[in-house]
Design a binder for this molecule. Structure first.
Ligand code: UD1
Ligand code: MG
Length: 450
């Protein structure tokens, strides 16, 4: 079978006034990625080779994001918001290039699944001219209703404002996802007028026009949660929680143990190997991968980090971008690691900051060690060799290199390189005065005021 070509038009011209935000609505993130990114990725996953994005005026952040998240996407501006059909026609140039399937999505409906879009496209492949993705709404108010004729065929989509009392009883609603056989585009949408209560060009009118022209109309249903739109911060939080449920379920299905999944927050791109265990209250920002058998203990916060097989992280660890933790390495409580490699079997167990460093295999970093990587202007690197031992409460002032197997005495401020196998201690000599404390206490007790 020859694969059908697909153009997806994503509508994102809405201002999102109810978000009360300086950020365009579709740039608000769920699971660490802008809503628009979720929509674009579902479209790509469903085989849409071409993407067109309809934006409002002055949406520079969206343009910049689209340029990086979907480099090939064609960007169009809808100067005035005159309705969903008008928005689709803003992408007329893309429509004219033609595609077997044309799918219309909303940029503020981030939970749409690629599988559902595949079903929509499959209906087109089987001969449908227009496919409407519908859902049963718990509360249909405000949605366009799918009106079926006596034979159960889709006859029209009626917007709330135009619906009769009887039509308002219908709970089968339009999700907003519509798909068209490319041969009818853009002509079908160009035939849509604006003679309605809002004076807008309703994309949904394509259904009645198509029916009058004898086109084949098909309804596909999906769960309501997949097509929820986000218009407010409350809805953003709800979408986040639905997405988290989805990500957690996928992790569990993939062989991850989570004591309390509801307290683990994942990113859209979190990669968890088999037999990873995650204790309660762990946060994964974008860009984290965890190797097989590793344990992430409670209250750890990770982003942009790669964790090797069988490593142990936390409790209360913070891994920042560029943290690379090797096989079986240990990062313990109140340890922060940024842009550093911790090689296999190394241990950084307590109260330590490691930044811009590389730590060799099997090295032991004592409690309270600090890599002083920043002089107020520039960052510098600390290199610690394999099997080196850094005594507790040491400051390593970068740039500095500690050789393989070297030993740094506790409390040292190391400003010069240390040779492999050597001991470096930087602290004043300890003195001892015999009997001094006894005498001090005797005098003290006599002088004490009651
Ligand atoms: C639309 C549908 C309705 C459906 C509902 C699902 C129409 C006429 N109505 O109604 O049947 O049940 O979505 O949520 O299509 N947009 C633009 N430019 C415009 C208008 C809209 O880009 O000129 C974008 C918006 O940013 C939004 C989407 O299209 O992402 C839908 O617009 P919205 O105004 O929310 O449509 P609804 O009235 O909710
Ligand atoms: Mg809406």
């Amino acid at each position: 079978m020859v694969e059908r070509s697909c153009l997806t038009v994503v509508l994102a011209a809405g201002e999102g006034t109810r978000m009360k935000s300086a950020l365009p609505k579709v740039m608000h993130a769920i699971a660490g990625r802008p809503m628009l990114g979720h929509v674009l990725s579902a479209a790509k996953e469903a085989g849409s080779g071409r993407l067109a994005l309809v934006l409002g005026p002055a949406m520079e952040q969206v343009r910049a994001y689209a340029g990086q998240a979907a480099a090939g996407a064609a960007l169009f501006e809808q100067g005035e918001r005159l309705g969903t059909a008008h928005a689709v026609l803003a992408a007329r140039d893309a429509l004219r290039e033609g595609a077997d399937d044309v799918v219309v999505l909303y940029g503020d409906t981030p939970l749409i699944a690629a599988d559902t879009l595949r079903k929509v496209r499959a209906a087109l492949a089987e001969g449908a001219d227009i496919v409407v993705l519908g859902f049963r709404a718990a509360d249909p108010f405000g949605y366009g209703r799918l009106i079926l004729d006596s034979a159960g065929e889709l006859a029209a989509i009626r917007e709330e404002r135009e619906a009769s009392e009887a039509e308002k009883q219908v709970d089968l609603c339009n999700s907003g996802v519509l798909a068209f056989a490319g041969a009818h585009m853009p002509a079908l949408v160009e035939a849509i007028g604006n003679d309605n209560a809002k004076g807008e060009f309703y994309l949904t009118d394509a259904v009645e026009i198509g029916r009058a022209r004898g086109l084949k109309l098909v309804v596909i249903e999906c769960p309501e949660t997949e097509v929820m739109g986000v218009n407010s911060r409350a809805e953003l939080a709800r979408a986040e929680s639905l997405m988290q449920e989805r990500l957690r379920a996928a992790a569990l299905a993939g062989g991850v143990t989570m004591t309390d999944p509801s307290s683990v927050f994942l990113s859209f791109d979190t990669v968890l190997g088999r037999d990873v265990t995650i204790e309660p209250n762990v946060f994964f920002g974008p860009g984290v991968s965890v190797g097989e058998g590793a344990a992430i203990r409670g209250f750890s916060h990770l982003e942009g980090a790669r964790i090797g097989q069988d490593a142990q992280i936390g409790p209360f660890a913070r891994l920042r971008p560029g943290a690379e933790i090797g096989l079986g390495a240990k990062v313990g409580n109140f340890v922060e690691i940024k842009k550093s490699d911790i090689a296999a079997g190394a241990k950084v167990n307590h109260l330590t900051y490691i930044g811009d460093a590389s730590i060799g295999a099997g090295a032991n970093i004592g409690a309270g060690t600090i890599t002083c990587n920043y002089d107020g202007y520039n960052k510098a690197k600390t290199v610690i060799g394999a099997r080196a031992f850094i005594g507790s409460n040491s400051s390593l002032v970068a740039p500095v290199t500690i050789g393989d197997g070297a030993y740094v005495g506790s409390g040292s401020v190391i400003t010069k390189d240390v040779s492999g196998g050597a001991l470096a201690v930087e602290r004043s000599q300890q003195i001892e005065r015999a009997g001094w404390a006894d005498r001090f206490n005797e005098i003290g007790a006599r002088k004490k005021r009651t």
